[in-house]
Each structure stands twice: as structure tokens, then as C-alpha cells.
Ligand binder design. Structure first.
Ligand code: PMP
Length: 412
């Protein structure tokens, strides 16, 4: 069979409908300046899909710094990997600032979070080592695990009893093979919004010998007293051996970093393949990151505003009878019952008639009959945005419950 033909068959209904859905559900195009109000198909929408948690994407100082840095250095500078010709004093200054913020000895920048965390796992773990990880870890971690030539044990999501059970198995195997153990989990799980049980996992260090890698993509800037993340929130930042964060969310940018003790971070600097064989973060972005981190640290009111909005949205949903599951972070899922046709019709109604743009998750990502809307509140949303959204969800849910929605006609 032709290799492409086989792939296209796998696309199934997405393939068949992609032309019609293109620009509507698949790869929609939001236009205008990043923010809670953007244009979609020519009309203004209230947007709940962007991880611009602190509203930094359109902070005037951020915009001015980004623009000046791009004018001063050009977007491509410097050229090359850090190790070759891609290093500058700004890259090093940013790493120092981030180490100080995270309360860690050292930090190394990653050109992309996805490849960065994959490479960190790859660089840390060899054939004899064992990885123990949470079942709901992000795709980037799962891809990192695919690079691992040794054994890995998964524990049920946030189930500490199961984590301990897997650690027992891992300990026996690692001992027999002469390897070590890496436990991988997340600070905030990006779909359900629940925090990883970092404290309980860190406490297991009294019983088992392992190193802990935490992906805190959603916690950086949003969790903890100073915004240093979920480790700070749970009082265990010092127990995290490798702390991964990305600028793609509260940083409203691109690129990531990993922090820890000096020796291991320096090892990673020289051994992460995605960093030594790829271009470093361009200078204007690094300079923009410095500004973002300074603002995060000097203006805790941004985080406060985010949380005020999170509380208004989440309390508003709960008081209207919505199930928002187990979230204890800004990530706000709404769980509803319905099949794909109704889900599509409701999402269309929200977009076309209520001007609400948010992400929807249906089968096969989740079981048949379930619908999840995922809302990302930010500091930039207004009370009016929240009120209109609550009203829209109440009215559309009533239609869903009354089985008013039939098969949706997707506008072309
Ligand atoms: N980890 C988690 C939990 C994520 O949500 C993401 C996506 N932003 C990544 C890693 C990858 O980060 P990046 O977008 O910086 O590549």
C-alpha cells in the first residue's frame, strides 16, 4: 500500500470534512491584537482560548521592548546553537534572572518547550534508568518517554498509592540494572486544571531514591505567592530537581527553560540534542523575556487580577450548576453530556450568536457522549466578558439539555 494513502485513510472523518471545517473548527484564524476580544470571520468574539494568563501579550512595556529589540538586532540574531555562535550576554542574563525567580542554582534556556523537555528526558535517562510518570502527562513528555531506551512505569493520574506501587517496581529494577529513577509529573494539568500532587510525590523521597522532573507550563507566573509556580504554591520548590517552564503561556511568547542544581543544568546544557543541534532563541525574544520576567516579579497585581477573574468565572459557572471538575488552577474546563453533532451545533451557536470563542474537546480525545469546553481566563478579561460568557453558557446549555441542537450546518 502507498504510504500516503494509508495515512489519508487514517484521517477518517476529519479528512472528509476538513475542507468544509477548515477555518472554522480546524485551524481557525483569529485576527487582530492578542487579547480577550479578537476578530473571527470578520466579527468580534470574546476569546477564551489563549494562554495569555497575565495579559502580557499586550502590555505596553512588553510591546515597546519587543519592538525596540527587533529593530536593534533583527529577528534572526544571533545565528546558531548556543554552543556555537548563538550565545549572548542577554541569554545568560535571562538565565540568571530565571534562576533567581525560580529559587534554583541554575537555568538553561530551551528554544521550544516541546523539544526541550523531550531532550531533557532523553539526556537524563539511559538504558538502565527507569522512568515513573503520571498517566495524564503532556504529549511532549510522552514523546520524551518514547526516546527512552529503558523501562518506564505509568501511575494512575495523581494516584499516590499507585505512584508508590510503581516506585517499588522501579526501585527493584533500577537496583538490579544499576540505574536510577526519574519521576515525571506536572504542576498544573492543562486539560483538567488540577494540580499535580507535588508535595505527596516529593514526600516519597523519604522512602525511595529518585529525582523529580516537574513540567509547570501552566503554573509559571500563575501559581505560588510570587508566581514561581506550583512548587512554590505547595511549598516544595526545593524538592523539584528539574523544573521545566515555558514562555508559551503566562509569558505570552515562545521558548522555555529548565532550572535545577548547577551541575545537572550544566550537564543538560551540553547534552540536550534539541539545543546543541538547533538554533538558540533569537535575541529580541530573549530581551522580551527579560522584560516579561521583570514585570511578573515587580507587578504581583497582574497575578491578582488573573485570580480575581478566575474566581469570578469559576464561581459563576458553579453557581449556575456547571460541572468544572477538579480544577484548582486558572484552567477552567466545563464538562457537558452530548455527542459530536450537538457539541458542534452548540459550539457554533456560541461562536455565531453569542460571540464566544473557546476550545472544545470531543470524541476521540475523550469518551463518546462527553463534551469539554476549556476556558482560559486571563488578567485582561473584563467583568463584562465574564458576564456575557456565563449568560451564553447558561442559555446554550439549556438548549443542549432540551435537545434543541440537531446536526450543525458549518458555515462556509
Ligand atoms: N508542557 C505542557 C504541559 C504544555 O502545555 C506545553 C504546550 N505549551 C508544552 C509542554 C510545550 O511547550 P512549548 O509550547 O513551549 O513548546
Amino acid at each position: 500500500m502507498d504510504i500516503f494513502e494509508k495515512l489519508l485513510k487514517h484521517m477518517g472523518p476529519i479528512g472528509e470534512h476538513s475542507e468544509r471545517a477548515h477555518g472554522y473548527f480546524a485551524f481557525p484564524k483569529l485576527e487582530g491584537e492578542i487579547g480577550p476580544r479578537m476578530k473571527f470571520r470578520g466579527n468580534e468574539k470574546i476569546v477564551w482560548s489563549l494562554n495569555n494568563y497575565l495579559g502580557l501579550a499586550n502590555h505596553p512595556e512588553v510591546r515597546a521592548t519587543d519592538a525596540k529589540a527587533a529593530a536593534d538586532f533583527g529577528m534572526a540574531s544571533p545565528m546558531g546553537a548556543r554552543m556555537m555562535s548563538g550565545n549572548t550576554t542577554y541569554h545568560e542574563q535571562l538565565e540568571k534572572e530565571l534562576s533567581d525567580y525560580m529559587g534554583k542554582e541554575d537555568t538553561t534556556l530551551l528554544n521550544y518547550g516541546y523539544q526541550g523537555i523531550m531532550s531533557a528526558i532523553d539526556a537524563v535517562c539511559g538504558r538502565r534508568d527507569v522512568i515513573v510518570y503520571d498517566a495524564e502527562c503532556h504529549a511532549s513528555i510522552l514523546d520524551g518517554l518514547r526516546l527512552h531506551p529503558g523501562k518506564r512505569y505509568v501511575f494512575k493520574h495523581n494516584d499516590i498509592e499507585d505512584c508508590e506501587k510503581q516506585l517499588k517496581r522501579a526501585t527493584e529494577l533500577a537496583k538490579a540494572q544499576g540505574g536510577g529513577i526519574l519521576v515525571v509529573t506536572e504542576g498544573v494539568f492543562g486539560m483538567a486544571g488540577d494540580q499535580g500532587k507535588l508535595k505527596e510525590i516529593a514526600d516519597l523521597k523519604d522512602k525511595f531514591e529518585f529525582r523529580l522532573l516537574v513540567d509547570d507550563a501552566h503554573g509559571f507566573g500563575t501559581m505560588g505567592k510570587t508566581g514561581a509556580g506550583t512548587g512554590e504554591e505547595q511549598g516544595v520548590q526545593d524538592k523539584i530537581d528539574l523544573l521545566f517552564n515555558t514562555f508559551a503561556k503566562s509569558g505570552a511568547s515562545i521558548g522555555a527553560f529548565i532550572s535545577g542544581d548547577k551541575a545537572i543544568i550544566n550537564y543538560l546544557r551540553y547534552n540536550m540534542r534539541s539545543q546543541i543541534f538547533a538554533k538558540s532563541i533569537p535575541l529580541p525574544i530573549v530581551i522580551g523575556h527579560l522584560k516579561r520576567v521583570q514585570l511578573m516579579r515587580q507587578h504581583p497585581e497582574m497575578k491578582q487580577k488573573l485570580w480575581d477573574n478566575v474566581n469570578k468565572l469559576q464561581e459563576g459557572l458553579k453557581s449556575r450548576g456547571f460541572n468544572i471538575g477538579r480544577t484548582n488552577s486558572p484552567v477552567t474546563p466545563i464538562y457537558l453530556q452530548g455527542d459530536i453533532p450537538e457539541a458542534t451545533a452548540m459550539c457554533l451557536d456560541l461562536r455565531e450568536n453569542y460571540n464566544i470563542f473557546c476550545s472544545i474537546v470531543v470524541y476521540p480525545v475523550i469518551p463518546k457522549g462527553q463534551i469539554i469546553y476549556r476556558l482560559i481566563p486571563t488578567a485582561a478579561h473584563s467583568d463584562e466578558d465574564i458576564e456575557l460568557t456565563l449568560k451564553a453558557f447558561s442559555e446554550t446549555k439549556a438548549k443542549l439539555d432540551a435537545k434543541t441542537y440537531q446536526v450543525a450546518e458549518i458555515p462556509v
